[in-house]
Ligand binder design. Structure first.
Ligand code: ZN
Length: 307
């Protein structure tokens, strides 16, 4: 699909629009510092279509040419743990682990999706007492250091956030206070000559969050669900203003794709490996994953891959 490299070289849309032609004419084919597969919303569960689909996607990114350095799992690895019995959740993780074992050899970094949290919509009291309740199961399953964490590759720092918080029998998209304090410190502690990529399951800035639901502009005002876009977007993007080395934010969750440039940061929403939850394309977006190229100078490109 479309290679957006020229579009994304530098900060603002306006600047990019002016410089597209000369860049296209003169830029040498720079070698990226990193190439990363972003696979989100796999939503695997027992069954031929999801199991074979997940394997196909992972085999595809493992064979991607030129080679991918590692994978980021954007979250919602399994179909759903919010409202599933312990047995059903275990079956889903078993299928996920078997498919990874069969089809993936690349290092993989995980981000937690809302459907990866166990039991928020279960009414049985023993579920809340279970040591695997909430995000403890997914943390253990993915062997994650914490709900949110960072890692460095070349001169890039990747900051992985935990977007979905329990809220009245459902969830709300935001980071909690301890996580915000951690993020602030993490950004402050990142050397100015390192570039930053932030990963969150739910988008922080996005247009597809607005068009995910049908007829959500009934009275003329857009209504965007608390579950579809970070409700702390203003707070986060205000924080980001102090850190010009933040280059991009990557998300999944919406099962649709967009790329929005806001105040010099590129926000990419990256579709879903499962498409319409394994029922074909979702609102024109085929099952897909993204390949990102991160350059030494802070440039980023994305290629969507219909595997
Ligand atoms: Zn999802």
């Amino acid at each position: 699909m479309m290679n957006r490299r020229n579009f994304l070289q530098r900060g603002s849309l306006a600047a990019a629009a002016v410089t597209v032609a000369p860049l296209a004419a003169t830029a040498a084919p720079a070698k990226p510092a990193l190439r990363v597969g972003f696979l989100s919303d796999v939503h695997v569960k027992p069954g031929a279509v999801p199991e074979e689909g997940m394997r196909r996607a992972f085999r595809h990114v493992n064979q991607y040419k030129p080679g991918v350095d590692f994978i980021i799992n954007g979250g919602d690895a399994i179909m759903d743990a919010l409202k599933a019995s312990k047995e059903k959740v275990q079956q889903q993780w078993d299928v996920w682990n078997a498919a990874l074992k069969a089809a993936n050899k690349l290092p993989i970094y995980h981000c937690i999706g809302n459907h990866d949290a166990w039991g928020w919509q279960m009414t049985e009291p023993e579920v809340r007492q279970d040591p695997l309740f909430d995000k403890k199961w997914v943390l253990k399953q993915h062997d994650m250091p914490e709900r949110y964490y960072s890692f460095d590759k070349t001169n890039w720092r990747f900051i992985v956030l935990d977007s979905a918080q329990e809220n009245n029998g459902g969830y709300i998209a935001r980071i909690d206070e301890p996580q915000f304090a951690w993020l602030e410190k993490e950004l402050r502690d990142t050397p100015a000559d390192m570039h930053i990529c932030i990963v969150s399951h739910i988008p922080i800035v996005s247009f597809v969050s607005a068009v995910f639901s049908d007829k959500n502009e009934a009275n003329g005002d857009w209504r965007i669900s608390r579950a579809l876009l970070h409700v702390d977007s203003r707070r986060l993007t205000d924080l980001f203003k102090s850190f010009p080395n933040i280059r991009c934010c990557l998300s999944g969750h919406i099962h649709m794709q967009d790329a929005v440039n806001y105040r010099g940061i590129q926000y990419y929403c990256n579709g879903a490996v499962s498409g319409n939850w394994w029922g074909g394309p979702f609102k024109d977006f085929a099952p897909a994953y993204a390949v990102f190229e991160f350059f030494k100078d802070g440039a980023v490109t994305r290629t969507m891959v219909d595997y």
